[in-house]
Design a protein around this ligand. Structure first.
Ligand SMILES: Cc1ncc(COP(=O)(O)O)c(C=O)c1O
Length: 374
C-alpha cells in the first residue's frame, strides 16, 4: 500500500470507547469527543453509534458534524473565534459555550437564543504537556477570566438568561496527579455560578507515547472527581453532573503514520546520520510544533541497529521527527534497526492532532491518505 498513510485501528478505538463508557460519576457523566483531535468521518460515526457526544472548537467543526447527520443537541461548541453562523447553530439545537464577553453579547443578541447558556471560565490555573499546550492562567487567552464572573451573571440577567453549564479546560497532556486540584478549582468556580448544574471539565487526559511519559488512569481520575462531587453536594446541596471531553485519550493510540525511507544522509564520521522519510511536518506537525516524541520503528528484518536522527522531507530545517524532549530546537538520535532506502517506517500513537493538525500543502506535498484498519 502507498506511503505515507495514516492507519486508524477500529479495535483500539472500540477498546477506548468501552473504557470511557464504563466510567461513572454520582450525578451523571457524559463523554464528548473533541473532534479537533481527528475529525475522520468513520471515527465520528463510531463514537456517535456508541452514544458519545461531541465537542466542536469552531463553528465550522460544528457545521461538519451537523452535515454528517449528528444531532445538534449532541454537539457543544466552544470556540476561540466567534461563530460565523451562531443563529443557525442555535436553531439546530447546538449547545453554545461563550468563551469571551463578546461571545456572550453575540449570544444575547441572537433573536432566538435559548434561555440557558454555558460559559468557559479561565480559573487562573493551567497545565499541559508544556507551555504551548496549557490553556489556563494569566498567559492563556482561553475562556473568560474568573474575576469577571459577576459581570457575566449581570449581563446574562439583563436578558433573563441562566448560566447553567460551566466549561473548563486547562490544557492538554496534563500531569495525571493534578486532576484533583483541577476539580477543586472548578468547583470553586461552580460555587460562584449558582444555577450551574453541569460541569464540563474538558479534555487533556495524557497518553503515553514515548519514554517515561505517564498515561492518565481514567478510572482513578473519575473516582477522584466522584468523591469531590459527592462532597460538594454534601456541602452545598447541589448535584453537579459531569462532562469530560477528551480528544487525545480517545484516539491517539489508534493511529499509526506509515512512511518510507526516502534517503539516508550523514554529516561525516562521528556526527549524525539522518533517516529522511517521505513524510514530515506537512503530515505530522506535533514534533516540530511541540517537541512531541513518538515511538518510531523501522520495519525490516535487520538485527543490526544504528543511531539515527529522523527527519521529514520538507525543505525546512525544523522538520525533525525525533526532536529533543519538549524542545523542537533540539534533535535527538534514536536507536533503530539499520535501515535502507525504501524501508517502511512506522510512527506510532499518531491518531490525535496529526492528520488534523499539519502544515498542509507545504512544499505542495500531497496529504498522507487516511485509512481505517481492523
Ligand atoms: C475546550 C477543549 N476541550 C477538549 C480538548 C481536548 O483536549 P485533549 O485532546 O488534550 O484531550 C481541547 C483541546 O485543546 C479543548 O480546547
Amino acid at each position: 500500500m502507498n506511503t505515507p498513510r495514516y492507519e486508524y485501528s477500529r479495535s483500539t478505538i472500540e477498546k477506548t470507547i468501552n473504557l470511557l463508557l464504563s466510567l461513572s460519576s454520582p450525578y451523571g457523566l457524559q463523554v464528548r469527543y473533541a473532534i479537533k483531535a481527528n475529525p475522520h468521518p468513520e471515527i465520528i460515526t463510531m463514537m456517535d453509534d456508541r452514544g458519545i457526544y461531541f465537542d466542536a472548537s469552531s463553528s465550522y467543526e460544528a457545521e461538519e458534524l451537523l452535515n454528517q447527520g449528528i444531532l445538534g443537541n449532541k454537539i457543544s461548541l466552544s470556540s476561540q473565534q466567534s461563530p460565523h453562523n451562531l443563529e443557525v447553530l442555535l436553531g439546530r439545537g447546538v449547545l453554545f459555550t461563550a468563551t469571551s464577553m463578546n461571545q456572550l453579547k453575540l449570544f444575547l443578541n441572537c433573536a432566538h437564543h435559548p434561555n440557558t447558556l454555558s460559559v468557559r471560565i479561565n480559573p487562573a490555573f493551567g497545565a499541559g504537556h508544556n507551555n504551548r499546550t496549557s490553556t489556563g492562567g494569566t498567559s492563556a487567552s482561553f475562556g473568560i477570566w474568573h474575576e469577571y464572573i459577576d459581570e457575566v451573571l449581570a449581563l446574562a440577567k439583563t436578558e433573563q438568561v441562566t448560566i447553567n453549564r460551566l466549561d473548563i479546560h486547562i490544557g492538554s497532556g496534563t500531569d495525571p496527579a493534578l486532576w484533583g486540584e483541577v476539580m477543586e478549582r472548578s468547583l470553586s468556580v461552580v460555587e460562584k455560578l449558582p444555577d450551574v448544574t453541569v460541569l464540563d471539565i474538558g479534555g487533556g487526559y495524557k497518553v503515553h507515547r514515548y519514554g517515561d511519559e505517564k498515561e492518565a488512569d481514567m478510572v482513578e481520575i473519575t473516582t477522584t472527581f466522584s468523591k469531590q462531587l459527592q462532597l460538594f453536594f454534601e456541602k452545598t446541596g447541589r448535584k453537579i453532573s459531569l462532562e469530560i471531553e477528551p480528544g487525545t485519550y480517545l484516539i491517539a493510540h489508534a493511529g499509526t503514520l506509515v512512511a518510507s525511507v526516502d534517503d539516508i544522509v550523514d554529516t561525516g564520521s562521528g556526527e549524525y546520520t539522518f533517516l529522511r522519510l517521505n513524510t514530515g511536518m506537512n503530515d505530522f506537525l506535533r514534533a516540530t510544533l511541540y517537541g512531541a516524541r513518538h515511538s518510531i520503528e523501522v520495519m525490516n528484518r535487520s538485527s543490526a541497529t544504528k543511531e539515527y536522527v529522523v527527519v521529514g522531507h520538507n525543505c525546512e530545517s525544523g522538520d525533525i521527527l525525533s526532536p529533543g524532549n519538549g524542545n523542537p530546537e533540539e534533535i535527538e538520535t534514536r536507536t533503530l534497526k539499520e535501515a535502507e532506502i525504501g524501508d517502511e517506517v512506522r510512527i506510532y500513537d499518531t491518531g490525535a492532532y496529526c492528520a488534523s493538525m499539519r502544515a498542509k500543502g507545504y512544499n505542495s506535498f500531497p496529504d498522507a491518505i487516511e485509512v481505517m484498519v481492523d
